[in-house]
Design a protein around this ligand. Sequence first.
Ligand code: FEO
Length: 393
Amino acid sequence: MNPVKIKENVYWVGAVDWNLRSFHGYRTPFGSTYNAYLIVDEKIALVDTVKRSFAEELLERIGQVIEPAKIDYLISNHAEMDHSGALSRLQKLAPNATIIATERGQKALTRHYQSDWPFRTVKTGDTLDLGKRQLAFVEVPMVHWPESMVTYSPHDRILFSNDAFGQHIATSRRFDDEVGWEIVHEQAAKYYANIVMPFANPVQKALDAVGGLDLDVIAPSHGILWRSHIDRIAAAYHSWANAEAELKALVIYDTMWGSTEKMAKAIGEGIADEGVEARLFNLTLSDHSEIIRHVLDAKAILVGSPTLNNGMFPTVAAFLTYLRGLKPRKKIGAVFGSHGWAGGATKAIARELEGAHIELVEPELKVPFVPDGDDLRQCTALGKTIAQKINAS
Ligand code: FEO
């Protein structure tokens, strides 16, 4: 694949990782890209690099535009190794290039690569003169690491937005209009939910900081570049950062002999009866990353488990650990489950959901052995009650 011209003298020179299937636990069935951008002016700058194993691809693409040795500035928006992994290789080829990073970025890069590279540290408001272009830097701590920043080129009206606005999609297409809003938006939502959701306040601050910029292109560090749906994806980010929910409830469960599943289905019926969308996820069969994508815009999360050894199923525990770390906000919830001779699962789930600041709006619903008709009617009633609360919110 050749470099892709984004604007006059600005090129995508990154790498496509067709086979990526897990990004520190986040399942990525469509692969991803590591986006790096070459800006050729009187001075030459590279914005971010790629994962180390893709360094040769990066160098080959840069080499189709300029000699890599001619690079004057290596701008590191983010020290995480999917973006900084080829810095050592580039620094050897262009030893006089200055690495541009925030102060924390310098610390992180120095620790990662045990380097004594020539650094220039920057903060919000600082600029870099390339000739025709004056690049501007904005720190965006916690989007996605404390050292993160974004780079803006007013000349090109491009925001190099780092992890923000990214998606994990491997494709030979580079722009949103070539792939379609529905597909890119869906993957952007999944990316936000699994990577960025815990940092809602920093995201809001970052959006405020870049909100007034004139933009033709948002160039994130993963996936597709935005040029046709900039306002829509910015609005989506505002909505996600504000934890705005749809009329939607998730029923997330596991089952041993089918009893908890019967309860889940009856609850789902009750939710749907009130005109609210119900989505059921069996945790043995479902991908956590996909469930979390729906947590992003669901109002209610109902979690069920059979009791195993006086506690919840390990699959349920694993999911709740992942959920708590992602700090969902403004959600309501409820707990249900079945048990044999002794219970324990529902109490354990309730503790986890409360720990995740999910407001439990109904008492735990527990059924011994197999639910009968009355039990299932109670489950349906629980679903209806939750849906009514969603409709009233
Ligand atoms: Fe794509 Fe936080 O690295």
